[in-house]
Write a protein that binds this ligand. Structure first.
Ligand code: GDP
Length: 509
């Protein structure tokens, strides 16, 4: 086989996806089921999990344990039906929505989990909207069918009208609540039942009637419409009872999106191209508390990444050796000997790699669409031990590059300001500064409520900066940020300086 054929075969079997849902809908339970249904992958050069040390992976941070929330995004790779699945986990809590947004830049599809009793909830809707912005195809899984649920037709209607999406049921539930006995595959006309039912069973009678209605009333599956994000194939199940989970996996394997083309500043990169490109969308530090490690998660966008190769970090032009790229599984990790488009590899590094970094075999291009959002909460960092100022400077820079918070260094030299989208990010910052860097801090209020990235020609910028000296700061990359005390002050600045641009989203390069 030629190199191109090898790549084409490999990417054809990659399925990289995330699960989006409102807390409590069953994402964790479903994830466990998916991992169990899928086998661990045996790869050449597999290293053994480091037993006890690995156990800490999912509860690597005290704060996560204490609050019972998942703060980290990680990737889980498993194999099923000849496909390699990369499931990217997203934080459940909305205070970490920035992290979620970045993770969604690295998937090709999403599974939307809905609680059958509750229907579409707040957070499902928000995450759905992010997927829609990025044209990510969505498969719907209506969970908890083993409990009292809303009427199934009403639920489908809610998805369709609530999200302005065509809904196409691919399976249908047999029985409801405590009588929920499995699913009927409307396409393949096959039953997946937990126990045998006779044709005269009430549930089968009800099913027969409902199927007639479904066929008459609801749209047929249309692959093109699904790929464009206009139609969602819908499955029913119970994660806790392991019903409907293989329906979902079969769907992803059969028609789930393969690695898609990724937009960059100079052109669009097709997944089947032979040259390596990859995008860093997540940095995670100290997954192993015994061992200060820092892992950059990169999605391979094209070509082949092999262990030992040197890749170009486009932002700096540096060549970075891939000594120990890693795959992550449910309970362990292994050295990645090679990876293809759709795969997510963890790259250990000491602060060289950043969120938004593009890696290539040589070409100069930058993937777009990994954003920073203007934070809504701003706080000044107060260090009690002035001797540690230098250490704090490094720590804040590292944590900002990791995406824990955004960092604004005031141009007047006053102590640093951090910005967050959700208040819990501040708790994480505080805990990590104390535990990992030995620099305990407190927060103080600031007279600013809005941050905007400012750009424009040199002269106009200089003029603006002179008039706003105390309200100007540099972000983690040294880009100028205007801190406004109110929406009114921001409006005034925009009016007075109509030759400058004020942005509330920054595309990371
Ligand atoms: P997450 O917050 O979305 O990750 O939800 P979890 O997976 O933690 O589930 C939330 C709660 O719902 C837990 O108590 C689960 O045991 C329960 N749960 C999850 N799936 C099902 C299901 O299919 N049926 C029922 N009855 N309970 C479920």
């Amino acid at each position: 086989m030629s190199q191109n054929e090898v790549i084409a075969n490999e990417i054809a079997r990659r399925r990289t996806f995330a699960i989006i849902s409102h807390p409590d809908a069953g994402k964790t339970t479903l994830t466990e089921r998916l991992l169990r249904a899928g086998g661990a992958i045996q790869l050449a050069g597999n290293v053994r999990a480091k037993g006890e040390r690995r156990r800490t992976r999912s509860d690597w941070m005290g704060i996560e344990r204490d609050r019972g929330i998942s703060v980290v995004t990680s990737v889980m790779t498993f194999e099923y039906g000849g496909c390699i699945f990369n499931l990217l986990d997203t934080p459940g809590h909305e205070d970490f929505s920035e992290d979620t947004y970045r993770t969604l830049t690295a998937v090709d599809s999403a599974v939307m989990v809905i609680d059958a009793a509750k229907g579409i909830e707040d957070r499902t809707r928000k995450l759905f909207e992010i997927c829609r912005l990025r044209d990510i195809p969505i498969i719907t899984f209506i969970n908890k069918m083993d409990r009292e649920s809303q009427d199934v037709f009403a639920l489908l209607d809610e998805v369709a009208s609530g999200l302005a999406l065509d809904v196409c049921p691919m399976t249908w539930p047999v029985g409801r609540a405590s009588d929920f006995a499995g699913t009927y595959d409307l396409q393949k006309r096959a039953y997946h039942l937990t126990s045998e039912l006779s044709q005269s069973d009430d549930r089968m009678v009800q099913l027969g009637e409902e199927i007639d209605l479904v066929r008459a009333a609801l749209p047929e599956f249309d692959a093109e419409s699904f790929m464009a994000g206009h139609l969602t194939p819908t499955y029913f199940g119970s994660a806790i009872k392991d019903i409907g989970v293989t329906d979902l996996l079969d769907a992803l394997a059969d028609f789930g999106p393969k690695p898609r083309a990724q937009p960059a500043d100079t052109r669009v990169v097709d997944a089947a191209e032979p040259e390596l490109t990859a995008l860093v969308f997540k940095i995670q530090a100290n997954m192993d508390p015994n061992h200060r490690d820092r892992i950059a998660f990169a999605r391979v966008c094209s070509g082949r990444l092999t262990r030992g190769m040197r890749v170009k970090q486009v932002r700096t032009g540096k060549l970075i050796p891939m000594h120990a790229p890693q795959f992550f599984f449910a309970r362990d990790r292994a050295l990645a000997e090679e990876a293809f488009a759709g795969d997510v590899v963890g790259i250990p590094n000491h602060g060289t790699l950043r969120i938004g970094d593009t890696l290539t075999s040589d070409e100069v291009l930058n993937f777009t669409g990994v954003p920073y959002f203007a934070p809504e909460i701003l706080r000044r960092v107060h260090l009690s031990d002035a001797m540690k100022a230098k250490k704090l400077r490094t720590a804040l820079q590292e944590l900002a590059e990791e995406g824990v918070v955004q960092l604004f260094r005031p141009q007047d030299g006053s102590p640093p300001i951090v910005g967050v989208v959700g208040i819990l990010q501040l708790d994480v910052l505080q805990a990590r500064l104390a535990q990992e860097y030995g620099t305990p801090i407190t927060f103080e209020g600031v007279p600013y409520s809005l941050a905007r990235w400012v750009s424009g020609d040199k002269l106009a910028m200089e003029k603006f900066i002179t008039t706003q000296r105390t309200a100007m700061a540099d972000d983690v990359d040294g880009d100028p940020v205007f801190l406004a005390s109110s929406a009114f002050m921001l409006r005034r600045a925009i009016e007075n300086f109509d030759n400058l641009t004020f942005r509330d989203i920054k595309d990371i390069r």
